[in-house]
Design a binder for this molecule. Sequence first.
Ligand code: GLN
Length: 181
Amino acid sequence: MRIGVLALQGAFVEHEQVLRRLGAEVFEIRSLGDWLRPKDGLVLPGGESTVQGRLLRQTGLFEPMRREIAAGLPTLGTCAGLILLSPLHFGTMSMQVRRNAYGRQLGSFHTLGSVKGVGEDVPMTFIRAPYIESLLSPQAEALAWVGGRIVAARQGRQLVTAFHPELDNDLRLHSHFLATL
Ligand code: GLN
């Protein structure tokens, strides 16, 4: 199993560590040359979606990446990665997202919740996180809620979380992603 991790900005190293612990082969994507390497899946990490979106366009990665995700490349997007998949950037996931949705004071928090297909008491670390206001396609499915808001969802081969599963010592979310490849 070879997973490409977008490594332009943000928390990509933590994803790589989790994926390696699960036995996956991992490489970093920073250029079109990296992008062309064979891969079974893609991870879009958390960070700052505005910066990531700009760097994706500058490097020429934006359009080829968008096309392959739309064509069914299995993709895990966390936090800023979720925002990249929304209509604010790639638009491959039909959903309305609210950025920095929890305000300044409550911007970062930790909780446990159940995630459909993954399990109960999944640790959820939110850092200036978005949430999903609504899913706009019958192909999209909500997988987790916190405070009545959707914080994880899937559509086709795309899996997104508003929280950072790579920051907690719980491998179930990544393991679930790898199991679907
Ligand atoms: N607030 C960031 C954004 O809007 C996301 C935060 C994160 O990825 N932890 O892109």
